[in-house]
Design a protein around this ligand. Structure first.
Ligand SMILES: *Cc1c(COP(=O)(O)O)cnc(C)c1O
Length: 412
C-alpha cells in the first residue's frame, strides 16, 4: 500500500493480472466474483506451483529413498514451515495439515471423546458455521456433556456479558469463529480466549474466514486450537491447517488410523508416530499442501495490512451504495466487521436476486450460508451474500448495485 497524501492506493489492477479466471466471461458479461467467503480465486503463482509439482516432483512422501520422493517430501515439509511461520506457531510439529477446516474441527472433537464426561459443558456461539456446531453436538451425544450457546444481538455481535455468565468450572471447551461467514462479524477472540482460560477451558478458533484477511498469531492469542482452509485464502481445495498447542496434541488420541501415523505395528499392538504424523494418516494432499505454502507466500507478499485496509474500503463503499436502495436490509451491522454483506430486499426471495445477478455475470451466494441458526435468529430463510476480496474493485461494486436495482425492478 502506497500512501499518496490524503488517501491510500492499492494496486488492484496489477493484482488482478495474477488471477486468470478474472478474464473470463459468464453469460456474455465479464465475471464479477463476489463469492469469496465460499472460496477464493487462485493466482497464477499458485497454479504454477501445482503444475510444476505434477510436472516435476510427483511422488509419495516420507517413505521413499529415491530422489523424487525426497524432493517431494522437502517441498511438503517446507510448506509446513511456511504455514508455521505464517501463524507464528512455536514448533512446526504443532502445525497439522488437514483436508480443511471441517476435518480439523472433527479431529479435535473426536479427540475430546475420552476427555469429557456427563456434567461437563462446552460453549459454542450463535454465529457459527454448521462445521463448528455439528461435530460438537456429536461429541456431546457421545459423552453426555452439555452444549451452551453464546447469544448475539440484532447487529450480529456476540453478547459478551452472556458469555461471562456461561463460563464456569464445568466449562471444558469453547469454540468460536474469528469471523462469521454469514455476517462478517469479527469476534473479540483474544478477550474470549483469556476468559475461557480463567476457568480452565480450552479454546478452538475457527479461522476459516479470518485467515484470508488477518494474519493470525497463535502464540500471542494463546489459543489452544486454530483451524483454517487453504481454499479461502488463494490456495487449493482439500487442504487446511490445524494448529494445536503441543501439550494438547500429545494428549489427544489419533483421529484416523493408517499409514504414516504409526511407529510400530504388530497384530498385538501398534504404537503411534510422534507429532505431526500421528494426526496425518494416509497419503496426504501433497500437492495441495505445497500449493497452500505458495498461497501463504503470495498473500504475505501483498501484505495482510494492505489487504484488510483495501477490503475495508470496498466494504464501506458497498455498504453505502447498497443502503441507498429502498427496501434493502443488511443483516450483520457489527462495529467490527469484514468485507461480507448479507442482505435481502423486501418481499423478494434471495434466490431470485442471485439468479438475476448471475445473468449479469455476478457471482454471489444465496441461502443460509451453512449457518441456519443465524437465519432463524433473523427469521429469514436466507440472504444474498456478496463477499469481497482484495482483487475486487469499486467499479465491480457499482455493477452489483445496478444489478440489484434491476433485480428489484424485475421482481417487485
Ligand atoms: C468455510 C467455512 C468452514 C468450512 O470450511 P471447509 O473448507 O468447507 O472445511 C467452517 N467455518 C467457517 C466460518 C467457514 O467459513
Amino acid at each position: 500500500m502506497k500512501n499518496t497524501g490524503d488517501h491510500t492506493t492499492f494496486n488492484v489492477d496489477s493484482i488482478r493480472k495474477d488471477f486468470p479466471i478474472l478474464n473470463r466471461e459468464v453469460n456474455g458479461k465479464p465475471l464479477i466474483y463476489f463469492d469469496n467467503a465460499a472460496t477464493s480465486q487462485t493466482p497464477q503463482q499458485v497454479i504454477d506451483v501445482i503444475v510444476d509439482y505434477y510436472s516435476n516432483y510427483n511422488a509419495n512422501i516420507h517413505r521413499g529413498v529415491h530422489t523424487l520422493s525426497q524432493e517431494a517430501t522437502d517441498l511438503y515439509e517446507d510448506a509446513r514451515l511456511k504455514i508455521q511461520r505464517h501463524i507464528n506457531a512455536k514448533h512446526s510439529y504443532e502445525t497439522i495439515l488437514t483436508s480443511g477446516t471441517t476435518h480439523g474441527i472433527n479431529l479435535v472433537a473426536n479427540g475430546f471423546t475420552t476427555l469429557l464426561k456427563k456434567g461437563d459443558e462446552v460453549i459454542v456461539s450463535a454465529l457459527e458455521h454448521h462445521s463448528n456446531i455439528v461435530p460438537w453436538q456429536m461429541l456431546c451425544e457421545r459423552t453426555g456433556a452439555t452444549l451452551k450457546v453464546i447469544p448475539m444481538n440484532a447487529k450480529g455481535e456476540l453478547i459478551l456479558n452472556d458469555y461471562d455468565a456461561l463460563l464456569s468450572e464445568n466449562t471444558k471447551l469453547v469454540f468460536v469463529n474469528h469471523i462469521s461467514n454469514a455476517l462478517g462479524t469479527i469476534n473479540p477472540i483474544a478477550q474470549m480466549i483469556e476468559k475461557a482460560h480463567q476457568v480452565g477451558a480450552a479454546v478452538l478458533i475457527d479461522g476459516a474466514q479470518s485467515c484470508p484477511h488477518i494474519k493470525p498469531d497463535v502464540q500471542a492469542l494463546d489459543v489452544d486450537f486454530y483451524v483454517a482452509s487453504a481454499h479461502k485464502m488463494c490456495g487449493p481445495t482439500g487442504v487446511g491447517l490445524l494448529y494445536g498447542k503441543e501439550a494438547w496434541l500429545e494428549k489427544l488420541p489419533p483421529y484416523q488410523g493408517g499409514g504414516e501415523m504409526i511407529d510400530q505395528v504388530t497384530f498385538e499392538e501398534t504404537t503411534y508416530a510422534g507429532l505431526p504424523h500421528k494426526f496425518e494418516a494416509g497419503t496426504p494432499n501433497i500437492c495441495g499442501g505445497i500449493a497452500f505454502g505458495a498461497a501463504v507466500d503470495y498473500m504475505n507478499a501483498i501484505g495482510f495490512d494492505a489487504i484488510s485496509a483495501y477490503e475495508h474500503e470496498l466494504l464501506d463503499y458497498a455498504t453505502e451504495q447498497l443502503t441507498h436502495i429502498e427496501g434493502l436490509k443488511i443483516y450483520g451491522t457489527a462495529e467490527e466487521k469484514t468485507s461480507v454483506i448479507s442482505f435481502n430486499i423486501d418481499g423478494i426471495h434471495p434466490y431470485d436476486i442471485g439468479t438475476i445477478l448471475d445473468k449479469l455475470g455476478i457471482a454471489v451466494r444465496t441461502g443460509h450460508h451453512c449457518a441456519q441458526p443465524i437465519m432463524d435468529f433473523f427469521k429469514i430463510p436466507g440472504t444474498v451474500r456478496a463477499s469481497f476480496a482484495f482483487y475486487n474493485t469499486k467499479a465491480e461494486i457499482d455493477t452489483l448495485v445496478e444489478g440489484v436495482k434491476k433485480a428489484k425492478m424485475m421482481l417487485s
